[in-house]
Design a protein around this ligand. Structure first.
Ligand code: ADP
Length: 352
């Protein structure tokens, strides 16, 4: 649905040059919710504004629904932009217009009659849950309600793509949740492709199918949200994830020095992560049954990434060196994530 190829964006003002986007490729399938996450200044806004050409890339191609936007004139672009709705962090509503008139605005611009406009605006207000607010002004609305108006207005021109520029960053967590639910609902009902940018991993976790992590104008990691959460490759991605999923070691290990190799009479500390159905498999029981080892569960947690269970366990395996090695091989052959934290002398732990 959206294909960005080798996008570069250089801002020049006087002697100042900022290379904001450095050769980005991105493919968004129809009906997908695609999140781009990055820290402030990473290039997120520039990138999302290149998708509807609010920002013309310095080089590269932007293809939306088979049309090359980079090859279009300004007037062609005005037409094609109707297929690409956008919502903003600060809503960008017209304060002198009512809720109804804000949503009607793009339809007025395209020359529709009052009756046609009414026929389209009423169901949109219904969809976003604002039918009873149609005659209110933006100043009379909460942040979440303002964003609902923004969403209804963006949908008025029946876009194929919705771009969300930090759409929930000005909202409290509860309101954020309800707006994300609305976006997901719209995505399903209208088969709308959504691209969102955010600096919050929680937003990615709640609604995105795919995610790209952007840093210094390049995408350092991209893939399905489940893959990125369970197998992050870069430190930046790990940082974003650890803000919402606890990856710290339990406090009893605070002063522990781990050895990467087995020591005489040591136990092995592992972090296991389980996705989906494997979370319910009795893997640890299987390990204890097969091998002459003992297990101590030190920490456990089950989270959900959308509707998929994602469990984390920190365990300590003790026994003979051979037993521990066999147990580790067994775990590694199962469908779960394993991080070997290290070996620790047993007498250290026995005191604890
Ligand atoms: P983000 O949305 O991730 O915070 P931006 O896309 O806004 O990042 O900015 C990326 C880089 O481009 C930053 O260094 C920023 O200062 C610079 N930049 C953004 N817009 C402009 C502009 N209009 N003129 C000059 N530099 C800009």
């Amino acid at each position: 649905m959206i294909k960005l190829s080798q996008i570069e964006k250089v801002y020049k003002s006087g002697a100042n040059t900022v290379h904001a986007i450095k050769g980005i490729d991105l493919n968004v399938e129809r009906g997908e919710i695609y999140g781009v996450i990055g820290k402030s200044g990473a290039g997120k806004s520039t990138l999302i504004r290149c998708i509807n050409m609010l920002e013309r890339p310095t080089s590269g191609n932007v293809i939306v629904d088979g049309q090359d936007l980079t090859a279009m004139s300004d007037s062609e672009l005005r037409e094609v932009r109707k297929q690409i709705g956008m919502i903003f962090q600060h809503f960008n509503l017209l304060s002198s217009r009512t809720v109804y008139d804000n949503v009607a605005f793009p339809l007025e611009l395209s020359g529709k009659s009052k009756a046609e406009i009414e026929k389209e605006v009423v169901p949109l207000l219904e969809l976003v849950g604002l039918s009873d607010k149609r005659n209110q002004y933006p100043a009379q609305l909460s942040g979440g309600q303002k964003q609902r108006v923004g969403i209804a207005r963006a949908l008025a021109s029946k876009p194929k793509v919705l771009l969300c520029d930090e759409a929930t960053s000005a909202l409290d967590p509860q309101t954020t949740k309800s707006i994300l639910e609305l976006l997901k609902d719209i995505n399903r009902k209208l088969q709308l492709t959504i691209v969102l940018i955010t600096h919050e991993m929680q937003v990615i976790k709640e609604i995105c199918d795919k995610v790209a992590v952007i840093e210094n104008g390049i995408i350092i990691e991209q893939g399905s949200v489940l893959d990125i959460f369970t197998k992050p490759q870069s430190n930046t991605t790990r940082e974003f994830i650890s803000a919402i999923i606890n990856h710290d070691l339990p406090v009893i290990f605070a002063d522990t020095k781990f050895s990467p190799v087995a020591l005489p009479d040591s136990t092995l500390v592992l972090r296991l992560s389980f996705i989906g159905h494997s979370a319910e498999e009795p893997v640890i029981a299987g390990m204890i049954r097969r091998f002459d080892v003992d297990t101590n569960i030190i920490y456990g947690n089950v989270d959900h990434i959308q509707n998929t269970p994602y469990g984390t366990l920190v365990i300590e395996v003790s026994g003979s060196q051979q037993g521990i090695e066999n147990a580790l091989n067994y775990l590694q052959s199962r469908n779960l994530g394993i991080e070997v934290i290290g070996y620790v002398a047993r007498h250290n732990r026995a005191a604890g």
